[in-house]
Design a protein around this ligand. Structure first.
Ligand code: SAH
Ligand code: SF4
Length: 417
């Protein structure tokens, strides 16, 4: 989502006559787009800022995105070298301020409708692939999550605008599109449209070879969506379905609105209907009141389900959220240990799963050239897993048949047939 935001801001700036520089030393304005979903992301943004503050004399420092949205009144007090702060929904105003900047400290939080009304074309860096936000905001209020406070209510982008944006991206060379939303399955609730219909419409766009989407909430997985994996050839057979915890006690405290049993039922249904689908997930370890037995329930469920991959996060309390009022009962050391155990388990599962694919022939979209090795390309299988192949001439942008020679933990090594 932040990549999409940055690309849109980049385009807006370009249209308004600004030029992006490769080297920070040559910049007049330094714009830092921030995420604060976890403490770690926030720390990274702030440490980047602090490590560059010596450049301050010659530059205007702008902090945009989720961090200023969350700490509106504190930023200027804490970091006196910042000149402009701007929230997640105010980029048009931000650019107009930059054009006539008079040196005063400014906060910009008036919402504009840039996300909906002014379709901006993301200035995709990798021309073959682009993220595209189809919703902004979220109203699910999972108790640990800051997104409803930083990005506000759910707003969907009408399908005609989405289609139009994708067509313009195709003209720029894009062949793979990733639809982004906090819970894409809620797309359209506010405007009388449905995510499934949007997927079918996008699949008809000529020039689009691959479609992916992120993220789905387990409380909203209609059968029609599962059918899309079978009916739409261009759609990656990949579902990212965050579980968060395998303990019903913790799921309830997280306000996730499903149980471990219900989650398992969905996985079984999806696997039955869609052959070889890849399923990935997110887990939070060390949530308040997560006892050893709760963690064990998560561990055992992960073992049972055998995800293709897993993102595991140590819980960090976020300001304004309900969970930040709970006691942070699990020690840092215990969080680290649980994090390590579950990742260790997943490493074994992923490796075994990928080994089983050795010898298979897979339709693979060649997405980019490897920067590390000459004549090496990185592709994505139909299930959105990375494959490394060697080839003497440029094959980027093509869908090719690849034989998997070796399955490793994070990717395959293949050969072009
Ligand atoms: N909208 C997505 C999640 C977006 S945040 C969804 O509902 O699934 C991405 C992931 O960050 C979450 O799935 C969760 O695992 C993790 N996360 C969010 N808030 C967190 C917190 N306070 N501490 C640790 N991990 C967190
Ligand atoms: Fe956060 Fe839950 Fe919304 Fe995802 S669904 S963005 S975790 S509140």
């Amino acid at each position: 989502m932040n990549f999409d935001d940055s690309d849109r801001l980049r385009t807006l700036l370009k249209i308004n006559g600004f030029v992006e520089v490769e080297n920070l030393q040559n910049a007049d304005f330094v714009i830092i787009n921030t995420c604060c979903v976890r403490q770690h992301a926030e720390n990274r943004a702030i440490s980047f800022l602090c490590s560059h503050k010596l450049l301050k004399n010659k530059k205007i420092f702008c902090l945009v995105g989720c961090v200023p949205s969350l700490y509106r009144d504190e930023i200027f007090k804490k970091y006196e070298f910042i000149d402009i702060i701007c929230g997640t929904n105010s980029y048009k105003k931000f650019v107009s301020v930059l054009k006539n900047y008079n040196g005063e400290k400014i906060s910009i939080f008036e919402e504009d409708e840039g996300f909906l009304r002014e379709p901006l074309i993301p200035a995709a860096k990798n021309k073959l692939s682009s993220f595209l936000s189809i919703t902004k905001g979220c109203e699910n209020f999972c108790s640990y999550c800051v997104v409803p406070y930083t990005r506000g209510k759910l707003v969907s982008k009408p399908s005609n605008i989405v289609i139009n944006e994708i067509k313009q991206l195709v003209e720029k060379g894009v062949k793979e599109i990733f639809l982004i939303g906090q819970n894409v399955n809620e797309y359209g609730k506010d405007i009388g449209e449905r995510f499934v219909d949007l997927l079918y419409k996008i699949s008809e766009i000529e020039g689009i070879l691959r479609i992916g989407f992120l993220t789905s909430h387990p409380k909203d997985i209609p059968d029609e969506l599962i059918d899309c994996f079978v009916n739409i050839k261009k759609l990656y057979k990949h579902l990212h379905l965050p579980l968060q915890s395998g303990s019903n006690k913790i799921l309830k405290l997280m306000n996730r609105k499903y149980t471990a049993e219900k989650y398992l039922e969905i996985i079984e249904k999806v696997r039955k209907k869609v052959n070889n689908i890849s399923i990935t997930s997110d887990i939070i370890v060390g949530f308040p009141y997560e006892e050893k037995k709760d963690f064990l329930e998560t561990y055992n469920l992960v073992k049972k389900i055998e995800f293709d991959d897993l993102f595991v996060f140590k819980y960090s309390p976020r300001p304004q959220t309900k969970a930040s009022e709970f006691l942070d009962t699990v020690s840092e050391e215990e969080k680290r240990e649980r994090h390590f155990h579950i990742l260790n388990l997943q490493d074994k599962i992923s490796l075994l799963k990928n080994k089983k694919v050795e010898g298979q022939i897979l339709d693979t979209f060649i997405k980019e050239k490897s920067f590390k090795k000459e004549n090496t390309y990185i592709g994505r299988t139909e299930t959105n897993k990375p494959v490394l192949v060697n080839f003497q001439k440029d094959i980027t942008g093509k869908v090719l048949k690849i034989r998997v020679i070796e399955g490793l933990r994070h990717y395959f090594i293949g050969e072009v047939l």
